[in-house]
Ligand binder design. Structure first.
Ligand code: SAH
Length: 365
């Protein structure tokens, strides 16, 4: 197994380099490249080619390798398929938006939660990601934003200063609160090393209650998103097995405590699911007007924002996307009841990187 230089301490890196018979200062040059997200030694332009080759034979830069890179038609979304050292694959997505450059990271290889509408859980959980692995997802995006590889700068929205990752959402493959320690370690590192503020970080959970209390204990004022998807337990349990363990009331109570502590607005994610009806029409599943009324009642008085996400098709899943009309009707009822909500703009649907589409496409090709 090759040594992952990114995971060495400065002292270890120095020893590694001097053991190869190289001068010490190369270690700090290499560290600089590693911090910028250099995917390979060949990108390290101030390192002699001979040394680059020598390093390549015994070491690797990060604990992930880029297997595939897909860019959406509008150029705003880039999806990376990454391979870990044990050959598991994960995905991360860079989104260039009007408010900054946001990276959606995976926290696990696969997922154990079994949500009925989601593609990420189809192959089950492989394993938790380490802090270094999650952090590498950010560095991969950072390297892309700075255009280091090609030498040209890519600026989001024409702003020449806007080529840093500014926002992190832990909403990729996996359930972050099943890997809380490493997710926290990763966020601490992103804050410390990249200066990304807590308020620009969001952790999304399907509702692992003890994990929410772990976040409360941790105490950083990040944003919390709850994947709710139904206003009543009976319905929620049909699409999210985790609801058999933690009921809606319990989840919202923990989330309330979190948001009150930090005076943050709670994010509620709500996928709008339809079913293929007998006569070829789409029947509404969790997004009838009655469910909208129930959702409004459930959330009244809470400081929250509801993100409505029309379901993105996943071949293996037996749902359908509701019509635009149904989506708007659902939203109107929430608004009429004084609930803040918006329909989430999906990014990168054409490259299979919209919500729930993250999957091991490679294995399917
Ligand atoms: N496990 C975490 C984070 C990953 S899922 C969680 O459950 O929150 C990120 C968001 O995408 C969740 O709200 C999830 O429910 C949603 N999602 C999953 N599959 C989807 C699909 N096919 N279409 C739209 N949204 C989906």
């Amino acid at each position: 197994m090759k040594t992952v230089l990114f995971s060495l301490t400065d002292a270890e890196l120095q020893k590694f380099i001097t053991d190869l018979g190289e001068p010490k200062f190369r270690a700090s040059q290499i560290r600089d490249w590693l911090n910028r997200g250099a995917p390979d030694f060949n990108s390290m332009k101030n390192i002699p080619v001979m040394l680059r080759e020598k390093l390549d034979a015994v070491a690797q830069t990060m604990p992930v390798k880029i297997v595939k890179k897909l860019v959406s038609g509008d150029g705003d979304t880039t999806k990376f398929l990454l391979e870990l050292n044990d050959k598991e694959q994960i995905e991360c997505v860079l989104m260039r938006t009007t408010y900054g450059n946001s990276v959606c990271v995976s926290s696990q290889a696969g997922c154990a939660m079994g949500c009925k509408f989601c593609a990420s859980t189809l192959l089950g959980l492989k394993r938790n990601l380490t802090v270094d692995e999650i952090f590498s997802e950010i560095l991969v995006a950072q390297w892309e934003l700075r255009g280091c590889e090609s030498g040209k700068q890519i600026h989001a929205n024409g702003d020449p200063n806007n080529n840093d990752v500014s926002h992190i959402v832990v909403m990729g493959t996996g359930e972050p609160l099943q890997n809380t320690e490493n997710v926290i370690g990763f966020l601490e590192r992103a804050n410390h090393d990249l200066n990304i503020s807590w308020r620009r970080m969001t952790v999304s959970t399907c509702g692992i209650v003890p994990g929410i209390y772990d976040l409360i204990k941790w105490g950083r004022p990040i944003n919390l998103a709850i994947s709710l998807h139904a206003p009543v337990d009976e319905l929620r349990s049909t699409v999210m097995p985790i609801n058999n363990k933690y009921k809606i009331a319990e989840v919202l109570k923990a989330a309330d405590e979190f948001t009150k502590l930090h005076n943050r607005q709670l994010m509620i994610e709500y996928i709008l699911l339809g079913k293929n009806g007998k006569n070829g029409e789409t029947e509404l599943y969790n997004c009838t007007p009655e469910y909208a009324e129930m959702l409004a009642k459930l959330l009244t008085g809470k400081n929250c924002m509801v993100n409505l996400i029309p379901w993105n098709a996943v071949d293996e899943r037996d749902f359908a996307s509701p019509s635009g009309n149904a989506v708007h009707r659902f939203q109107d009822i929430l608004i009429k009841n004084g609930i803040h909500c918006r329909i989430r703009r999906e990014r990168g649907t054409d490259i299979g990187s919209a919500c729930g589409q993250l999957r091991l496409n490679n294995k399917k090709d």
